[in-house]
Design a protein around this ligand. Structure first.
Ligand code: PLP
Length: 281
Protein backbone atom coordinates (compact mmCIF):
# COMPACT_ATOMS: atom_id res chain seq x y z
CA UNK A 1 0.00 0.00 0.00
CA UNK A 2 0.97 3.61 -0.44
CA UNK A 3 1.77 5.56 2.72
CA UNK A 4 2.95 9.15 2.58
CA UNK A 5 5.17 8.82 -0.48
CA UNK A 6 6.30 5.19 -0.06
CA UNK A 7 4.99 1.76 -0.97
CA UNK A 8 5.08 -0.64 1.97
CA UNK A 9 3.85 -4.21 2.58
CA UNK A 10 0.29 -4.38 3.86
CA UNK A 11 1.20 -6.09 7.14
CA UNK A 12 3.58 -3.30 8.14
CA UNK A 13 2.20 -0.98 10.85
CA UNK A 14 1.74 2.42 9.24
CA UNK A 15 -0.58 4.42 11.41
CA UNK A 16 0.14 6.20 14.66
CA UNK A 17 -2.41 6.13 17.50
CA UNK A 18 -2.10 9.92 17.34
CA UNK A 19 -3.50 9.99 13.79
CA UNK A 20 -6.66 12.10 13.97
CA UNK A 21 -8.40 9.94 11.41
CA UNK A 22 -8.00 7.05 13.84
CA UNK A 23 -8.75 9.10 16.97
CA UNK A 24 -11.64 11.20 15.70
CA UNK A 25 -12.62 10.09 12.20
CA UNK A 26 -11.04 13.37 11.05
CA UNK A 27 -10.43 12.61 7.39
CA UNK A 28 -11.94 11.61 4.07
CA UNK A 29 -11.80 8.63 1.77
CA UNK A 30 -12.90 7.17 -1.55
CA UNK A 31 -13.92 3.77 -2.82
CA UNK A 32 -12.88 3.10 -6.44
CA UNK A 33 -13.03 0.03 -8.67
CA UNK A 34 -10.72 -1.22 -11.39
CA UNK A 35 -12.06 -3.59 -14.01
CA UNK A 36 -9.70 -5.49 -16.31
CA UNK A 37 -6.87 -3.14 -15.39
CA UNK A 38 -8.82 0.07 -16.03
CA UNK A 39 -9.84 2.37 -13.20
CA UNK A 40 -13.49 3.33 -13.53
CA UNK A 41 -14.28 7.07 -13.21
CA UNK A 42 -10.87 7.86 -11.72
CA UNK A 43 -11.10 11.63 -12.19
CA UNK A 44 -14.61 11.75 -10.71
CA UNK A 45 -13.46 9.91 -7.57
CA UNK A 46 -10.37 12.07 -7.18
CA UNK A 47 -12.49 15.20 -7.66
CA UNK A 48 -14.89 14.00 -4.93
CA UNK A 49 -11.97 13.16 -2.61
CA UNK A 50 -10.61 16.69 -3.01
CA UNK A 51 -14.09 18.21 -2.58
CA UNK A 52 -14.63 16.19 0.61
CA UNK A 53 -11.24 17.40 1.88
CA UNK A 54 -12.03 21.01 0.96
CA UNK A 55 -15.32 20.83 2.81
CA UNK A 56 -13.55 19.81 6.03
CA UNK A 57 -10.69 22.29 5.40
CA UNK A 58 -8.11 19.55 4.94
CA UNK A 59 -5.10 20.08 2.67
CA UNK A 60 -4.24 16.77 1.01
CA UNK A 61 -0.75 18.06 0.21
CA UNK A 62 -0.61 16.79 -3.36
CA UNK A 63 -2.22 17.63 -6.68
CA UNK A 64 -5.10 15.69 -8.23
CA UNK A 65 -2.72 14.48 -10.95
CA UNK A 66 -0.32 13.16 -8.29
CA UNK A 67 -3.17 11.41 -6.49
CA UNK A 68 -4.30 9.78 -9.76
CA UNK A 69 -0.76 8.54 -10.39
CA UNK A 70 -0.48 7.15 -6.83
CA UNK A 71 -3.76 5.26 -7.31
CA UNK A 72 -2.61 3.80 -10.65
CA UNK A 73 0.82 2.94 -9.25
CA UNK A 74 -0.77 1.15 -6.24
CA UNK A 75 -2.61 -1.07 -8.71
CA UNK A 76 0.59 -1.74 -10.67
CA UNK A 77 2.63 -2.50 -7.53
CA UNK A 78 0.00 -5.08 -6.54
CA UNK A 79 -0.35 -6.40 -10.08
CA UNK A 80 -4.11 -6.05 -9.80
CA UNK A 81 -6.59 -5.99 -12.67
CA UNK A 82 -9.96 -6.28 -10.91
CA UNK A 83 -9.71 -4.41 -7.67
CA UNK A 84 -11.22 -2.19 -5.05
CA UNK A 85 -9.05 0.83 -4.26
CA UNK A 86 -9.35 2.89 -1.11
CA UNK A 87 -7.54 6.25 -0.86
CA UNK A 88 -7.69 7.54 2.71
CA UNK A 89 -6.56 11.00 3.81
CA UNK A 90 -6.52 11.86 7.49
CA UNK A 91 -5.82 15.19 9.17
CA UNK A 92 -2.48 13.69 10.24
CA UNK A 93 -0.76 13.08 13.55
CA UNK A 94 -1.64 15.46 16.37
CA UNK A 95 -1.95 15.05 20.10
CA UNK A 96 -4.78 13.49 22.07
CA UNK A 97 -6.79 16.73 21.90
CA UNK A 98 -9.20 17.57 19.11
CA UNK A 99 -7.38 20.63 17.80
CA UNK A 100 -6.69 20.16 14.07
CA UNK A 101 -4.01 22.90 14.29
CA UNK A 102 -1.86 20.35 16.15
CA UNK A 103 -1.79 18.19 13.02
CA UNK A 104 1.12 19.31 10.84
CA UNK A 105 0.21 17.56 7.65
CA UNK A 106 -2.23 15.04 6.23
CA UNK A 107 -1.49 11.32 6.22
CA UNK A 108 -2.23 9.81 2.82
CA UNK A 109 -2.83 6.08 2.35
CA UNK A 110 -3.91 4.11 -0.70
CA UNK A 111 -4.89 0.47 -0.29
CA UNK A 112 -5.92 -1.87 -3.10
CA UNK A 113 -7.39 -5.36 -2.82
CA UNK A 114 -8.51 -7.77 -5.45
CA UNK A 115 -12.26 -7.66 -6.12
CA UNK A 116 -13.96 -9.44 -8.98
CA UNK A 117 -16.87 -7.75 -10.71
CA UNK A 118 -20.26 -8.93 -9.53
CA UNK A 119 -22.89 -8.19 -12.18
CA UNK A 120 -24.75 -11.02 -10.59
CA UNK A 121 -28.34 -10.83 -9.70
CA UNK A 122 -28.35 -9.66 -6.09
CA UNK A 123 -31.74 -9.45 -4.45
CA UNK A 124 -31.64 -7.58 -1.19
CA UNK A 125 -34.04 -7.18 1.70
CA UNK A 126 -33.95 -3.65 3.09
CA UNK A 127 -35.15 -2.00 6.28
CA UNK A 128 -35.91 1.70 6.68
CA UNK A 129 -33.98 2.57 9.80
CA UNK A 130 -34.69 4.95 12.67
CA UNK A 131 -31.27 6.60 12.58
CA UNK A 132 -31.33 9.58 10.23
CA UNK A 133 -28.85 10.57 7.54
CA UNK A 134 -27.04 13.75 8.52
CA UNK A 135 -28.83 16.96 7.67
CA UNK A 136 -27.02 19.10 5.06
CA UNK A 137 -26.26 21.81 7.65
CA UNK A 138 -24.51 19.27 9.91
CA UNK A 139 -21.73 16.99 8.69
CA UNK A 140 -23.04 17.05 5.13
CA UNK A 141 -23.84 13.64 3.64
CA UNK A 142 -22.03 14.93 0.54
CA UNK A 143 -18.72 14.62 2.44
CA UNK A 144 -17.27 11.12 2.20
CA UNK A 145 -15.73 11.42 5.64
CA UNK A 146 -14.15 8.85 7.93
CA UNK A 147 -17.23 9.24 10.17
CA UNK A 148 -19.39 6.33 9.06
CA UNK A 149 -20.79 5.59 12.48
CA UNK A 150 -24.37 6.43 11.51
CA UNK A 151 -24.05 4.19 8.46
CA UNK A 152 -22.78 1.40 10.71
CA UNK A 153 -25.65 2.00 13.16
CA UNK A 154 -28.04 1.77 10.20
CA UNK A 155 -26.48 -1.54 9.14
CA UNK A 156 -26.73 -2.89 12.70
CA UNK A 157 -30.42 -1.94 12.83
CA UNK A 158 -31.13 -3.46 9.39
CA UNK A 159 -29.30 -6.68 10.26
CA UNK A 160 -31.16 -6.97 13.57
CA UNK A 161 -34.47 -6.64 11.71
CA UNK A 162 -33.64 -9.24 9.05
CA UNK A 163 -32.44 -6.92 6.24
CA UNK A 164 -29.19 -6.93 4.33
CA UNK A 165 -29.34 -3.23 3.54
CA UNK A 166 -30.58 -0.15 5.38
CA UNK A 167 -32.55 2.70 3.85
CA UNK A 168 -31.92 6.06 5.49
CA UNK A 169 -34.61 8.71 5.68
CA UNK A 170 -33.69 12.35 6.21
CA UNK A 171 -34.99 14.65 8.94
CA UNK A 172 -38.17 15.30 6.94
CA UNK A 173 -38.90 11.62 6.43
CA UNK A 174 -37.86 11.61 2.76
CA UNK A 175 -35.78 8.73 1.45
CA UNK A 176 -32.08 9.62 1.50
CA UNK A 177 -29.94 6.62 0.52
CA UNK A 178 -28.69 3.20 1.57
CA UNK A 179 -25.86 2.66 4.06
CA UNK A 180 -23.34 2.64 1.19
CA UNK A 181 -25.36 3.21 -1.95
CA UNK A 182 -27.90 5.48 -3.66
CA UNK A 183 -31.48 4.48 -4.30
CA UNK A 184 -33.72 4.39 -7.37
CA UNK A 185 -37.38 3.40 -7.50
CA UNK A 186 -39.40 2.60 -10.60
CA UNK A 187 -43.12 3.19 -10.99
CA UNK A 188 -45.04 2.83 -14.25
CA UNK A 189 -41.88 2.94 -16.35
CA UNK A 190 -40.47 6.11 -14.74
CA UNK A 191 -37.34 6.01 -12.58
CA UNK A 192 -37.18 8.28 -9.52
CA UNK A 193 -34.15 9.09 -7.37
CA UNK A 194 -33.81 11.68 -4.58
CA UNK A 195 -31.86 14.92 -5.10
CA UNK A 196 -28.37 14.75 -3.58
CA UNK A 197 -28.96 17.29 -0.82
CA UNK A 198 -29.58 14.43 1.65
CA UNK A 199 -27.19 11.77 0.32
CA UNK A 200 -23.77 11.20 -1.17
CA UNK A 201 -23.38 12.44 -4.75
CA UNK A 202 -22.84 8.89 -5.94
CA UNK A 203 -20.64 8.44 -8.98
CA UNK A 204 -22.48 5.22 -9.83
CA UNK A 205 -25.76 7.14 -9.38
CA UNK A 206 -24.65 9.69 -11.99
CA UNK A 207 -23.59 6.86 -14.31
CA UNK A 208 -26.95 5.13 -13.81
CA UNK A 209 -28.83 8.33 -14.73
CA UNK A 210 -26.73 8.66 -17.90
CA UNK A 211 -27.33 5.02 -18.85
CA UNK A 212 -31.08 5.27 -18.21
CA UNK A 213 -31.33 8.41 -20.34
CA UNK A 214 -29.29 6.77 -23.08
CA UNK A 215 -31.83 3.92 -23.06
CA UNK A 216 -34.70 6.45 -23.26
CA UNK A 217 -36.03 5.52 -19.82
CA UNK A 218 -37.39 8.65 -18.14
CA UNK A 219 -35.61 9.66 -14.91
CA UNK A 220 -36.96 12.16 -12.39
CA UNK A 221 -34.90 13.56 -9.55
CA UNK A 222 -37.40 14.30 -6.80
CA UNK A 223 -38.20 13.66 -3.16
CA UNK A 224 -39.36 10.15 -2.42
CA UNK A 225 -41.56 9.16 0.51
CA UNK A 226 -42.07 5.77 2.14
CA UNK A 227 -45.40 5.28 0.33
CA UNK A 228 -43.51 5.48 -2.99
CA UNK A 229 -41.01 2.90 -1.75
CA UNK A 230 -43.60 0.38 -0.60
CA UNK A 231 -45.65 0.69 -3.79
CA UNK A 232 -42.76 0.73 -6.29
CA UNK A 233 -42.67 -1.72 -9.19
CA UNK A 234 -38.91 -2.10 -8.79
CA UNK A 235 -36.17 -0.71 -6.60
CA UNK A 236 -32.44 -0.82 -7.12
CA UNK A 237 -29.43 0.64 -5.36
CA UNK A 238 -26.14 1.75 -6.92
CA UNK A 239 -22.65 2.05 -5.51
CA UNK A 240 -19.03 1.43 -6.37
CA UNK A 241 -18.94 -1.71 -4.24
CA UNK A 242 -22.51 -2.92 -4.87
CA UNK A 243 -22.58 -1.93 -8.57
CA UNK A 244 -26.37 -2.25 -9.08
CA UNK A 245 -28.50 -4.50 -6.91
CA UNK A 246 -32.25 -5.08 -6.72
CA UNK A 247 -34.13 -4.42 -3.50
CA UNK A 248 -37.02 -6.86 -3.50
CA UNK A 249 -38.39 -6.49 0.02
CA UNK A 250 -38.69 -3.45 2.29
CA UNK A 251 -40.00 -3.54 5.87
CA UNK A 252 -41.94 -6.77 5.25
CA UNK A 253 -43.47 -5.60 1.93
CA UNK A 254 -42.56 -7.45 -1.26
CA UNK A 255 -41.53 -4.95 -3.94
CA UNK A 256 -43.08 -5.62 -7.36
CA UNK A 257 -42.77 -9.28 -8.24
CA UNK A 258 -40.17 -9.87 -5.53
CA UNK A 259 -37.52 -10.50 -8.22
CA UNK A 260 -35.01 -8.38 -10.14
CA UNK A 261 -37.14 -6.26 -12.48
CA UNK A 262 -36.47 -5.39 -16.14
CA UNK A 263 -34.98 -1.93 -15.51
CA UNK A 264 -32.59 -3.28 -12.87
CA UNK A 265 -31.59 -6.13 -15.20
CA UNK A 266 -30.90 -3.62 -17.96
CA UNK A 267 -28.79 -1.54 -15.56
CA UNK A 268 -26.67 -4.57 -14.68
CA UNK A 269 -25.99 -5.26 -18.35
CA UNK A 270 -25.20 -1.63 -19.06
CA UNK A 271 -22.84 -1.40 -16.07
CA UNK A 272 -20.98 -4.47 -17.21
CA UNK A 273 -20.53 -2.92 -20.63
CA UNK A 274 -19.43 0.51 -19.45
CA UNK A 275 -17.06 -0.67 -16.72
CA UNK A 276 -15.24 -3.02 -19.06
CA UNK A 277 -14.96 -0.61 -21.98
CA UNK A 278 -14.01 2.66 -20.27
CA UNK A 279 -11.57 3.75 -17.57
CA UNK A 280 -8.00 4.92 -17.00
CA UNK A 281 -4.99 2.62 -17.45
N1 PLP B 1 -23.92 6.54 -0.34
C1 PLP B 1 -22.98 6.25 0.58
C2 PLP B 1 -23.24 6.59 1.99
C3 PLP B 1 -21.78 5.64 0.19
O1 PLP B 1 -20.84 5.36 1.10
C4 PLP B 1 -21.58 5.31 -1.17
C5 PLP B 1 -20.34 4.68 -1.60
O2 PLP B 1 -19.39 5.32 -1.91
C6 PLP B 1 -22.59 5.64 -2.09
C7 PLP B 1 -23.74 6.25 -1.64
C8 PLP B 1 -22.42 5.34 -3.56
O3 PLP B 1 -21.50 6.22 -4.13
P1 PLP B 1 -20.61 5.79 -5.37
O4 PLP B 1 -21.54 5.34 -6.44
O5 PLP B 1 -19.85 7.00 -5.74
O6 PLP B 1 -19.74 4.67 -4.90
Amino acid sequence: MYVNGKFVPENQPVISVFDHGFLYGDGVFEGIRAYKGRVFKLREHVDRLFDSAKAIDLDIGMSKEEMEEVILETLRQNNLKDAYIRPIVSRGNGDLGLDPLKCDKANVFVVAKTMASLYDVMELKAITVGIRRNAPDMLSPNIKSLNYLNNIMAKIEANAKGGQEAIFLDGNGYVAEGSGDNIFIIKNGVVYTPPTINNLKGITRATAIELLEKNKIPVRVENIGLFDVYTADEIFVTGTAAEAAAVVWVDGRTIGTGKTGPVTALMLKEFERITTTTGTE
